[in-house]
Every structure is written in C-alpha cells, then in structure tokens.
Design a protein around this ligand. Sequence first.
Ligand SMILES: [Zn+2]
Length: 314
Amino acid sequence: MEELENNSINGLIYYCKSMIEQIERLKKDSNYLTAIKTIAFVSMLLYYGEQHLDDIYLAFLKTNFVLCDTEISFLEKINEAIASCHSLKRKNLGEFFRHCPGTFYNVIAQKNLQTKKYKFQRTVYVLKTTPDEILLKSIIHQMNHVVNSIKKPILGNSYTESSRMGISLDSLNFRESEGLTVEETINELQLREMMTEVLKLSSYDIREQKINEVLRKCSSHESLFNNQTGNKKLDAIAKIVQPLYLDPNFKSLLIEKRLSGDLNAIQKEFDSKIYDDAYIYLLSFCELCNTSSVYEEDAKALVKSYLINSKKTI
Ligand SMILES: [Zn+2]
C-alpha cells in the first residue's frame, strides 16, 4: 500500500514537473526554479483538486519569473516596477512584502483602446540568494494570488473597471483599492494549509533529486509551518478573519468564488446573514485595523454576527 502511494506521489510530481518544464521551454526560462515551482504546483493541485488544474497551469503560464542575483538588483527591479505600475498607489506595499521574503509580485494591466481588451503582464521577481525553503513558501504565496486572479481579472463596468487580485479590487480609473488586507490574510491562511501539503510530500520517498532536496530542507525548518506571517497587522487580522474562514459553509463558497471571480456571491452570502453592505464594512474595518482598536472590535463583531446567524439558519 505504502509503495503504491509512493509511486502515485512520484507520478504526480513527474506530471507537474513536465508541465513546468514545458512552460519554461516555451518562455525560454532557465531551469533555476523548476524544483520549487513544481512543489508549488503539486501543493496547489492537492489543495484545490484536479478540477482546478487549468487555473494552476494558466497561472504559471501567464507569470514571468525574473531572477535577481543580488539584493541590490532585486530592490532596483522592485523600484522600477513600482515606478512604472499604475496600480501602485498602495501605501502599505512595503509592509506586505516583508512577510514574503525573496519575492515580489507585480501585475500591470494595459487596455487596448481599439479592442477595449486588457493585456496583463504578471511578474514575480525572485532574489536568488534566498534559501530554497523560504523561496518555496514565498512563491506559493505569490502564485496563490495569481491562481485566484486568472478568471475575471477585470471586474466592473467601463466607468469603474477594477483589476482583481483574489477578493481585492484595484480601481483602474479612480486609484482606489478595496479588500487588499483581507485578501492578504486569506492568502496567508491558505498558504498555511498548502504548507501542510508540502510537509506531507516530504514524508514520501521522492525520486526527483532536486525536489527531494528542497522537501528535506522544508521538513527540517519547523518555523516554515508556524502560523505567524511576521507581519503584526496581518497576524492580528488573521485572528479576526480565521473563525469566518473556518466556517465550513463560508469557506467552501469563499474558495470557489475567489477562484471564479464571483465576488458578489461572497458578499451576498455574508450580507444575507447580517445586513446589506456588512461585507464591505468588514473589508474596510480590516483595512483600518492598525489605525485604531475600535475597528478591530467592529470587524470582530461582524464576524461574530455572521457565525451566530449562520448557525441559526442551518
Ligand atoms: Zn500577498
């Protein structure tokens, strides 16, 4: 039985690795990250299920990985990206990439004025001196944002078009963003679950040598699997959002609708148990949590109301 399981895990790894290699050949990328990307791919596939294989494949296909040899060149690339990116009015940018050491994700949406269609340029910048196990965790984090933005990357009408990253929206005309803090929190909560898949993988006898090596490094670094992001704001919000995230009803809806880009369905479910626009309030309170503890209490109260009313309707 054990041997059979071992063979099927090795088969799955071989299958995902060949897809990553095919993408790398197509894009003329180096094979420097093949092992790490493969583990990220497998852990996401185990987490989301094979019905989402296409979303994961497309996320890797549509993302460019730029390798930086030194910290200086990495920071230069980030600064260039910030300077050239329209959507980077985000004040809290620096704060967010501290909990994803060694990587930086940037997306640029450009509209073709004739066809009215958007073209996306998604880039993950990678600092090569980052240890493999830390890089793996950061790449899963970034790619999970991408997997959850492949479908319906633009939402709204021509007046209020927004670029979507998971459950967060970045208005393209008004330079406003919504839900970024909760998006980061949900992404981190999912990352913890995906790291459990990584830990499981490391208990098998993996035949691909480099992949085996990275998995060994992961399993010997317990800190990779703890539940802290290293970012005080996100850790505080994770505590508020987690009970909602763990509600089985809400969780399955959130996972599927975040993938499909049907954000209205998430809002509708939350609002239906409390009051209209309660979901928008929750997103705003979480955004403001670090400015006053009042907002933290308000956010907690909304989550509590949802959970109580949700139980009543079952
Ligand atoms: Zn993030």
